[in-house]
Design a protein around this ligand. Structure first.
Ligand SMILES: NC(=O)c1ccc[n+]([C@@H]2O[C@H](COP(=O)([O-])OP(=O)(O)OC[C@H]3O[C@@H](n4cnc5c(N)ncnc54)[C@H](OP(=O)(O)O)[C@@H]3O)[C@@H](O)[C@H]2O)c1
Length: 293
Protein backbone atom coordinates (compact mmCIF):
# COMPACT_ATOMS: atom_id res chain seq x y z
CA UNK A 1 0.00 0.00 0.00
CA UNK A 2 1.46 3.39 -0.95
CA UNK A 3 2.14 6.06 1.65
CA UNK A 4 -0.33 8.90 1.95
CA UNK A 5 1.39 12.27 1.62
CA UNK A 6 -0.21 15.14 3.52
CA UNK A 7 0.84 18.78 3.92
CA UNK A 8 -0.24 20.90 6.88
CA UNK A 9 0.37 24.64 6.47
CA UNK A 10 0.35 27.04 9.44
CA UNK A 11 1.32 24.05 11.57
CA UNK A 12 2.51 26.12 14.56
CA UNK A 13 -0.97 27.55 15.12
CA UNK A 14 -3.66 26.03 17.33
CA UNK A 15 -5.18 23.62 14.83
CA UNK A 16 -1.89 22.76 13.14
CA UNK A 17 -0.28 22.03 16.52
CA UNK A 18 -3.13 19.67 17.42
CA UNK A 19 -2.66 17.82 14.11
CA UNK A 20 1.06 17.60 14.88
CA UNK A 21 0.37 16.36 18.40
CA UNK A 22 -1.93 13.62 17.10
CA UNK A 23 0.61 12.62 14.42
CA UNK A 24 3.49 12.48 16.92
CA UNK A 25 1.33 10.39 19.28
CA UNK A 26 0.87 7.83 16.49
CA UNK A 27 -2.88 8.47 16.31
CA UNK A 28 -3.10 10.03 12.85
CA UNK A 29 -4.95 6.94 11.61
CA UNK A 30 -6.09 6.78 8.02
CA UNK A 31 -5.91 3.02 7.50
CA UNK A 32 -2.72 3.34 5.47
CA UNK A 33 0.82 4.50 6.12
CA UNK A 34 0.93 8.25 6.28
CA UNK A 35 3.61 10.90 5.96
CA UNK A 36 2.61 14.34 7.18
CA UNK A 37 4.79 17.36 6.37
CA UNK A 38 4.21 20.18 8.86
CA UNK A 39 5.17 23.67 7.71
CA UNK A 40 4.70 27.20 8.97
CA UNK A 41 5.81 30.63 7.83
CA UNK A 42 9.50 29.82 8.49
CA UNK A 43 9.51 26.75 6.22
CA UNK A 44 6.67 27.48 3.81
CA UNK A 45 5.57 31.10 3.68
CA UNK A 46 2.41 30.85 1.61
CA UNK A 47 2.79 34.48 0.49
CA UNK A 48 6.01 33.51 -1.34
CA UNK A 49 4.22 32.44 -4.49
CA UNK A 50 7.27 31.21 -6.41
CA UNK A 51 8.60 29.11 -3.54
CA UNK A 52 5.10 27.83 -2.75
CA UNK A 53 4.54 26.71 -6.34
CA UNK A 54 7.90 24.94 -6.49
CA UNK A 55 7.37 23.31 -3.09
CA UNK A 56 3.97 21.96 -4.13
CA UNK A 57 5.36 20.74 -7.44
CA UNK A 58 8.32 19.00 -5.81
CA UNK A 59 6.18 17.04 -3.31
CA UNK A 60 3.13 15.42 -4.75
CA UNK A 61 0.72 15.74 -1.84
CA UNK A 62 -2.47 13.71 -1.70
CA UNK A 63 -4.04 16.16 0.75
CA UNK A 64 -3.35 19.70 1.95
CA UNK A 65 -4.81 20.88 5.23
CA UNK A 66 -4.58 24.66 5.11
CA UNK A 67 -4.30 25.89 8.69
CA UNK A 68 -2.28 28.97 7.71
CA UNK A 69 -4.31 32.09 8.23
CA UNK A 70 -4.36 35.70 9.31
CA UNK A 71 -6.43 35.36 12.49
CA UNK A 72 -6.02 38.70 14.29
CA UNK A 73 -9.59 39.90 13.98
CA UNK A 74 -9.14 43.42 15.37
CA UNK A 75 -5.76 44.09 13.76
CA UNK A 76 -7.16 43.13 10.36
CA UNK A 77 -9.32 46.29 10.40
CA UNK A 78 -6.18 48.40 9.89
CA UNK A 79 -4.11 45.71 8.14
CA UNK A 80 -6.64 44.72 5.52
CA UNK A 81 -4.09 44.17 2.77
CA UNK A 82 -2.23 41.45 4.67
CA UNK A 83 -5.45 39.80 5.85
CA UNK A 84 -6.65 39.51 2.26
CA UNK A 85 -3.25 38.34 1.01
CA UNK A 86 -3.02 35.46 3.51
CA UNK A 87 -6.68 34.50 3.78
CA UNK A 88 -7.63 34.87 0.16
CA UNK A 89 -4.87 35.54 -2.39
CA UNK A 90 -2.68 32.74 -1.01
CA UNK A 91 -5.60 30.31 -1.25
CA UNK A 92 -5.63 31.03 -4.98
CA UNK A 93 -1.86 30.46 -5.20
CA UNK A 94 -2.28 27.08 -3.49
CA UNK A 95 -5.12 25.83 -5.66
CA UNK A 96 -3.46 27.12 -8.84
CA UNK A 97 -0.42 25.02 -7.91
CA UNK A 98 -2.26 21.80 -7.06
CA UNK A 99 -4.98 21.67 -9.72
CA UNK A 100 -2.77 19.65 -12.04
CA UNK A 101 -2.12 17.00 -9.36
CA UNK A 102 -5.68 16.43 -8.10
CA UNK A 103 -4.49 17.12 -4.55
CA UNK A 104 -7.43 17.24 -2.17
CA UNK A 105 -7.68 20.56 -0.39
CA UNK A 106 -9.09 20.96 3.13
CA UNK A 107 -9.45 24.64 3.96
CA UNK A 108 -10.52 26.11 7.30
CA UNK A 109 -12.91 29.03 7.60
CA UNK A 110 -14.97 30.78 10.24
CA UNK A 111 -18.35 31.75 11.65
CA UNK A 112 -17.27 35.37 11.02
CA UNK A 113 -18.48 34.98 7.42
CA UNK A 114 -21.97 35.45 8.93
CA UNK A 115 -23.42 38.61 10.43
CA UNK A 116 -24.44 36.91 13.69
CA UNK A 117 -28.06 37.99 13.42
CA UNK A 118 -29.60 34.52 13.13
CA UNK A 119 -31.65 32.99 15.91
CA UNK A 120 -31.36 29.37 14.76
CA UNK A 121 -28.04 27.60 14.03
CA UNK A 122 -26.39 28.59 10.76
CA UNK A 123 -26.45 25.98 8.01
CA UNK A 124 -24.08 25.83 5.07
CA UNK A 125 -26.88 27.23 2.90
CA UNK A 126 -27.33 30.42 4.91
CA UNK A 127 -26.36 33.68 3.25
CA UNK A 128 -22.97 35.01 4.31
CA UNK A 129 -22.67 38.64 5.33
CA UNK A 130 -19.32 39.29 7.02
CA UNK A 131 -19.13 42.37 9.23
CA UNK A 132 -15.34 42.66 9.54
CA UNK A 133 -12.26 42.76 7.33
CA UNK A 134 -11.24 39.38 8.76
CA UNK A 135 -14.66 37.89 7.92
CA UNK A 136 -14.59 39.39 4.43
CA UNK A 137 -11.09 38.06 3.76
CA UNK A 138 -12.13 34.57 4.93
CA UNK A 139 -15.32 34.69 2.84
CA UNK A 140 -13.27 35.58 -0.24
CA UNK A 141 -10.85 32.73 0.59
CA UNK A 142 -13.75 30.26 0.77
CA UNK A 143 -15.10 31.35 -2.59
CA UNK A 144 -11.71 30.97 -4.22
CA UNK A 145 -11.11 27.58 -2.57
CA UNK A 146 -14.45 26.31 -3.84
CA UNK A 147 -13.60 27.14 -7.46
CA UNK A 148 -11.42 24.01 -7.22
CA UNK A 149 -13.58 20.92 -7.31
CA UNK A 150 -11.40 18.98 -4.84
CA UNK A 151 -12.03 21.35 -1.94
CA UNK A 152 -13.66 20.90 1.44
CA UNK A 153 -14.15 24.11 3.44
CA UNK A 154 -14.74 23.63 7.16
CA UNK A 155 -16.16 26.61 9.01
CA UNK A 156 -15.52 26.56 12.73
CA UNK A 157 -16.07 28.85 15.73
CA UNK A 158 -14.50 29.83 19.07
CA UNK A 159 -11.41 27.67 18.54
CA UNK A 160 -9.21 26.91 21.54
CA UNK A 161 -6.36 24.58 22.37
CA UNK A 162 -3.61 24.02 24.91
CA UNK A 163 -1.33 25.32 22.12
CA UNK A 164 -1.27 29.04 21.31
CA UNK A 165 -3.25 31.87 22.82
CA UNK A 166 -6.99 31.77 23.16
CA UNK A 167 -9.93 32.70 25.37
CA UNK A 168 -9.82 29.49 27.43
CA UNK A 169 -6.14 29.88 28.32
CA UNK A 170 -6.53 33.58 29.06
CA UNK A 171 -9.49 33.03 31.40
CA UNK A 172 -7.68 30.14 33.10
CA UNK A 173 -4.69 32.43 33.72
CA UNK A 174 -6.83 35.35 34.95
CA UNK A 175 -8.72 33.03 37.28
CA UNK A 176 -5.46 32.45 39.14
CA UNK A 177 -4.56 36.17 39.25
CA UNK A 178 -7.82 38.08 39.74
CA UNK A 179 -10.76 38.11 42.11
CA UNK A 180 -13.34 39.19 39.55
CA UNK A 181 -13.73 39.11 35.78
CA UNK A 182 -16.33 40.70 33.53
CA UNK A 183 -17.35 38.58 30.54
CA UNK A 184 -20.05 39.22 27.93
CA UNK A 185 -23.20 37.14 28.20
CA UNK A 186 -25.04 38.42 25.12
CA UNK A 187 -22.81 36.72 22.51
CA UNK A 188 -23.79 33.13 22.02
CA UNK A 189 -22.01 30.35 20.15
CA UNK A 190 -20.18 27.07 20.64
CA UNK A 191 -16.54 26.57 21.61
CA UNK A 192 -14.49 24.21 19.46
CA UNK A 193 -11.65 22.25 21.00
CA UNK A 194 -9.05 22.25 18.22
CA UNK A 195 -8.10 18.63 18.98
CA UNK A 196 -11.66 17.55 18.17
CA UNK A 197 -11.57 19.47 14.90
CA UNK A 198 -8.17 17.93 14.08
CA UNK A 199 -9.60 14.44 14.72
CA UNK A 200 -12.62 15.25 12.55
CA UNK A 201 -10.29 16.24 9.69
CA UNK A 202 -8.38 12.97 10.09
CA UNK A 203 -11.67 11.06 10.00
CA UNK A 204 -12.65 12.87 6.78
CA UNK A 205 -9.34 11.83 5.21
CA UNK A 206 -9.85 8.27 6.47
CA UNK A 207 -13.34 8.18 4.93
CA UNK A 208 -11.93 9.56 1.72
CA UNK A 209 -9.09 7.02 1.53
CA UNK A 210 -10.95 3.94 2.68
CA UNK A 211 -14.51 4.58 1.53
CA UNK A 212 -13.96 6.91 -1.43
CA UNK A 213 -16.09 9.36 0.52
CA UNK A 214 -14.74 12.83 -0.24
CA UNK A 215 -17.67 15.15 -0.86
CA UNK A 216 -16.46 18.63 -1.82
CA UNK A 217 -18.26 21.67 -0.44
CA UNK A 218 -18.75 23.66 2.75
CA UNK A 219 -19.19 22.06 6.18
CA UNK A 220 -19.81 23.44 9.65
CA UNK A 221 -17.95 22.06 12.65
CA UNK A 222 -17.91 23.08 16.33
CA UNK A 223 -18.42 21.12 19.52
CA UNK A 224 -21.99 20.27 20.51
CA UNK A 225 -24.06 22.54 22.73
CA UNK A 226 -24.52 26.29 23.01
CA UNK A 227 -23.24 28.84 25.51
CA UNK A 228 -22.33 32.47 25.97
CA UNK A 229 -18.75 33.62 26.55
CA UNK A 230 -19.87 34.19 30.17
CA UNK A 231 -21.01 30.56 30.50
CA UNK A 232 -17.76 29.39 28.92
CA UNK A 233 -15.68 31.54 31.30
CA UNK A 234 -17.67 30.27 34.28
CA UNK A 235 -17.06 26.67 33.29
CA UNK A 236 -13.33 27.44 32.95
CA UNK A 237 -13.25 29.10 36.38
CA UNK A 238 -14.96 26.10 37.96
CA UNK A 239 -12.58 23.64 36.30
CA UNK A 240 -9.65 25.85 37.42
CA UNK A 241 -10.83 25.46 41.06
CA UNK A 242 -10.81 29.24 41.20
CA UNK A 243 -12.78 31.53 43.48
CA UNK A 244 -12.63 34.27 40.86
CA UNK A 245 -16.12 35.72 40.42
CA UNK A 246 -17.28 35.88 36.79
CA UNK A 247 -19.65 38.79 36.18
CA UNK A 248 -21.96 38.83 33.17
CA UNK A 249 -21.75 42.08 31.17
CA UNK A 250 -23.23 43.34 27.93
CA UNK A 251 -21.17 43.70 24.75
CA UNK A 252 -21.78 47.46 24.79
CA UNK A 253 -19.75 47.58 28.02
CA UNK A 254 -16.81 45.74 26.41
CA UNK A 255 -16.09 47.66 23.18
CA UNK A 256 -13.69 46.12 20.64
CA UNK A 257 -12.58 47.47 17.24
CA UNK A 258 -14.64 44.71 15.58
CA UNK A 259 -18.21 44.14 16.70
CA UNK A 260 -18.43 40.42 17.58
CA UNK A 261 -21.37 38.38 16.25
CA UNK A 262 -24.21 38.04 18.76
CA UNK A 263 -25.12 34.60 17.49
CA UNK A 264 -22.69 32.18 15.86
CA UNK A 265 -24.06 28.72 16.55
CA UNK A 266 -23.31 26.41 13.63
CA UNK A 267 -25.59 23.59 12.48
CA UNK A 268 -23.39 20.48 12.10
CA UNK A 269 -25.93 18.05 10.65
CA UNK A 270 -24.22 17.90 7.25
CA UNK A 271 -20.72 16.99 8.46
CA UNK A 272 -22.14 14.50 11.00
CA UNK A 273 -24.21 12.64 8.45
CA UNK A 274 -21.75 12.62 5.53
CA UNK A 275 -18.68 11.76 7.60
CA UNK A 276 -20.32 9.78 10.37
CA UNK A 277 -18.86 12.04 13.05
CA UNK A 278 -19.61 11.77 16.72
CA UNK A 279 -19.00 15.29 18.06
CA UNK A 280 -18.27 15.80 21.78
CA UNK A 281 -20.21 18.33 23.86
CA UNK A 282 -18.16 21.46 24.58
CA UNK A 283 -18.12 20.77 28.35
CA UNK A 284 -16.68 17.27 27.83
CA UNK A 285 -14.03 18.69 25.53
CA UNK A 286 -13.20 21.39 28.06
CA UNK A 287 -12.44 18.56 30.50
CA UNK A 288 -10.07 17.04 27.92
CA UNK A 289 -8.40 20.44 27.46
CA UNK A 290 -7.86 20.69 31.22
CA UNK A 291 -5.99 17.37 31.16
CA UNK A 292 -3.49 19.01 28.75
CA UNK A 293 -2.72 22.29 30.48
N1 LIG B 1 -9.10 30.97 16.44
C1 LIG B 1 -10.41 30.95 16.30
O1 LIG B 1 -11.19 31.22 17.25
C2 LIG B 1 -11.01 30.55 14.99
C3 LIG B 1 -12.39 30.53 14.89
C4 LIG B 1 -12.95 30.15 13.69
C5 LIG B 1 -12.15 29.80 12.62
N2 LIG B 1 -10.80 29.85 12.74
C6 LIG B 1 -9.98 29.48 11.57
O2 LIG B 1 -9.36 28.26 11.87
C7 LIG B 1 -8.08 28.18 11.20
C8 LIG B 1 -7.01 27.80 12.20
O3 LIG B 1 -7.03 28.79 13.22
P1 LIG B 1 -5.95 28.82 14.38
O4 LIG B 1 -6.61 29.39 15.57
O5 LIG B 1 -5.25 27.49 14.45
O6 LIG B 1 -4.97 29.92 13.78
P2 LIG B 1 -3.55 30.37 14.36
O7 LIG B 1 -3.30 29.76 15.69
O8 LIG B 1 -3.49 31.85 14.21
O9 LIG B 1 -2.55 29.69 13.33
C9 LIG B 1 -2.34 30.17 12.04
C10 LIG B 1 -0.92 29.85 11.68
O10 LIG B 1 -0.68 30.32 10.34
C11 LIG B 1 0.59 30.94 10.36
N3 LIG B 1 0.77 31.84 9.24
C12 LIG B 1 0.45 33.16 9.16
N4 LIG B 1 0.89 33.65 7.99
C13 LIG B 1 1.47 32.64 7.32
C14 LIG B 1 2.13 32.55 6.07
N5 LIG B 1 2.28 33.62 5.28
N6 LIG B 1 2.61 31.34 5.68
C15 LIG B 1 2.48 30.27 6.48
N7 LIG B 1 1.90 30.30 7.68
C16 LIG B 1 1.38 31.48 8.11
C17 LIG B 1 0.61 31.66 11.68
O11 LIG B 1 1.90 32.11 12.02
P3 LIG B 1 2.01 33.45 12.93
O12 LIG B 1 1.40 33.10 14.25
O13 LIG B 1 3.48 33.67 12.97
O14 LIG B 1 1.25 34.52 12.22
C18 LIG B 1 0.09 30.57 12.59
O15 LIG B 1 1.11 29.68 12.99
C19 LIG B 1 -7.89 29.53 10.53
O16 LIG B 1 -8.26 29.41 9.17
C20 LIG B 1 -8.87 30.44 11.23
O17 LIG B 1 -9.32 31.49 10.39
C21 LIG B 1 -10.22 30.21 13.91
Amino acid sequence: MSTLNILVTGANGQLGSELKYIYNSGNFKTGTSVNVVFTDIDTLDITNTIFLKKFLQDHSFDYIINCAAYTQVDKAETDSENAFIINSKCVKSIIDSIKAYNTRFIHISTDYVFDGENYIPYTEENQTNPQSVYGKSKEEGEKIALTYNNTIVIRTSWLYSSFGNNFAKTIHKYCKEKNELNVVFDQVGTPTYARDLANAIIQIIDQSVNHKNFVPGIYHYSNEGVCSWYDFARAIAIKSYSNCKINPIESKDYPTPVKRPFYSVLNKSKIKSIYNLNIPHWEDSLNEFFKCI
